[in-house]
Ligand binder design. Structure first.
Ligand SMILES: Cc1ncc(COP(=O)(O)O)c(C=O)c1O
Length: 377
C-alpha cells in the first residue's frame, strides 16, 4: 500500500498505566502510608476486606485471593483433588489459561471455539468428555460471557466441575447476573491491565462451598492448618496486603471505568460498522460485554496492524497462536485440529480501549482504520 502522510502527530498507546496512576495517585499514596504504619504486610485486614468485597461483587459467599490468575486456576483444581491422571477441558485459544491447568499436573484437553464469539463451543464439548474429565474451564474471553447455561447443563449431566475463568471479565454480565456467579468456582486475575488490576500481579478464586474455601486458604499458605503445621504440600501464593489496598482504591472507580469502556466501544461500533472487510465484536443477546479488549477480525490483520503502527497506534494480538501451536503444548493438537481457534489467531486484532483513551485518540484510530480499508479495496 502506498504510504501517504496522514499522521497528525499523536501517539496512541495500547494501555498507558501511567494515566491511571495520575488519577488515583493520592489515594494510592495514602493507602501505602496507612499500610506502613499498620505493620500488616501479608494476609492482613486489607486482604480480608478485599476478599469480602470481591465475593459480594460476584454474588459469592467466599473469596480467597492469591498471587496470580495462573495460581488461582491451579489452586481451584487442587482444592478439588484434580491432578495427575485427570483431564481438564478448556478452549483452544485461551493461551494464559492452560498454564494453571498444566501446573496442577492434570492433562489439558482442548476444544475449538465459536466463530462469532471466540468462546468455547458447547457443540464440541460432548465428544471430548471421557471418564477422566474432571473439570471444564470456560473463559469469558475479551470480556464477553461464554454460553454458560448450555455448558453448565452438560457439566451437571456428567458430574464435572465447572470453573469460570473471569480473568478478562470483571464487570461482564450473563442473563442479568455477574459472570463468576455461575460455575462451581470462578477465578480472577488482577494483572495490571485487567478491568480491575493491581499495581503488580494478583488473583482470586470464588466459591460458595465452605470446605473448598477452607482448603484454598491452606493451599495458598504451605498447606498449613495452623502456623507451621502443614498437613499437605501447599504453596506460597498470597495477594500482597499492599496490592489488596491498591485494589480497594481501584474498586471505587470500577463502575465508572467500566461505563467509559462501554461508551468508547460504542464509538468504535458507530465508526467502524460500515467497513465490509472487518468483523466487529459480537454484542450477545444474553449478556453485557465488559470490553476488557475490543477485538476486531480481518483477513488483512497483519497489514492493518503495520499501517496503524506507522500512524503511531499500538495494537495487540490476543493471541498470536492457538495453544496447540506453542512449543510447550504442541502435544495438545495438530494443525487443523481446532480450525476456528487457528483462524482467530490469524485475524484477531485488539484496538486500544481503556478508561483513559481520549475521544480525540479513538477518533484518530477509527479514521486511520477507515483510511486503510479505503486504500486496500
Ligand atoms: C483468560 C485468562 N486466564 C488466565 C490468566 C492468567 O492470569 P495471570 O496473568 O494473573 O497469571 C489471564 C491473564 O492474562 C487471562 O487473560
Amino acid at each position: 500500500m502506498k504510504k501517504t502522510k496522514t499522521t497528525i502527530g499523536i501517539k496512541v498507546p495500547f494501555f498507558p498505566t501511567s494515566r491511571e496512576f495520575k488519577v488515583i495517585r493520592n489515594e494510592l499514596h495514602d493507602s501505602l502510608d496507612q499500610l506502613g504504619e499498620s505493620g500488616f504486610l501479608i494476609l492482613g485486614p486489607k486482604v480480608s476486606e478485599f476478599e469480602e468485597k470481591m465475593a459480594k461483587k460476584v454474588n459469592r459467599l467466599y473469596c480467597v485471593s492469591c498471587a496470580s490468575g495462573t495460581d488461582a486456576i491451579t489452586l481451584a483444581l487442587q482444592a478439588n483433588n484434580i491432578g495427575v491422571g485427570d483431564e481438564v477441558i478448556l478452549p483452544a485459544n485461551s493461551y494464559p489459561t492452560i498454564f494453571g491447568v498444566a501446573l496442577s499436573h492434570a492433562s489439558p484437553v482442548l476444544i475449538d471455539v465459536e466463530r462469532n464469539t471466540a468462546n468455547l463451543d458447547p457443540k464440541q464439548l460432548k465428544k471430548k468428555i471421557t471418564h477422566k474429565t474432571k473439570a471444564i474451564i470456560i473463559v469469558h474471553l475479551y470480556g464477553l460471557s461464554a454460553n454458560i447455561n448450555e455448558i453448565k447443563s452438560i457439566c451437571k449431566e456428567n458430574k464435572i466441575l465447572l470453573i469460570e475463568d473471569c480473568a478478562q471479565a470483571v464487570g461482564s454480565i450473563y442473563k442479568k447476573k455477574p459472570v463468576g456467579s455461575f460455575g462451581d468456582m470462578a477465578i480472577f486475575s488482577f494483572y495490571p491491565t485487567k478491568n480491575l488490576g493491581a499495581l503488580g500481579d494478583g488473583g482470586a478464586i470464588v466459591t460458595n462451598t465452605k470446605r473448598t474455601y477452607e482448603k484454598l486458604k491452606m493451599l495458598r499458605m504451605y498447606g498449613e492448618r495452623n502456623r507451621y503445621d502443614s498437613i499437605f504440600v501447599g504453596r506460597n501464593s498470597r495477594l500482597d496486603e499492599i496490592q489488596a489496598a491498591f485494589l480497594l482504591v481501584k474498586m471505587r472507580y470500577l463502575e465508572k471505568w467500566l461505563l467509559i469502556r462501554k461508551q468508547l466501544a460504542t464509538i468504535y461500533f458507530n465508526n467502524l460498522v460500515q467497513l465490509k472487510n472487518l468483523t466487529l465484536p459480537l454484542e450477545s443477546s444474553f449478556g453485557e460485554h465488559s470490553f476488557h479488549l475490543f477485538v476486531i477480525r480481518t483477513k488483512q490483520r497483519n497489514n492493518l496492524r503495520k499501517w496503524l503502527k506507522e500512524q503511531g497506534i499500538e495494537t495487540g494480538i490476543h493471541y498470536p497462536k492457538p495453544i496447540h501451536f506453542t512449543t510447550s503444548f504442541s502435544y495438545t493438537g495438530n494443525k487443523g485440529s481446532f480450525p476456528e481457534a487457528e483462524q482467530w489467531s490469524k485475524e484477531a486484532l485488539s484496538l486500544p480501549l481503556h478508561p483513559f483513551l481520549t475521544k480525540k485518540e479513538i477518533k484518530y484510530v477509527t479514521k486511520q482504520i477507515q483510511q486503510f480499508f479505503s486504500k486496500t479495496i
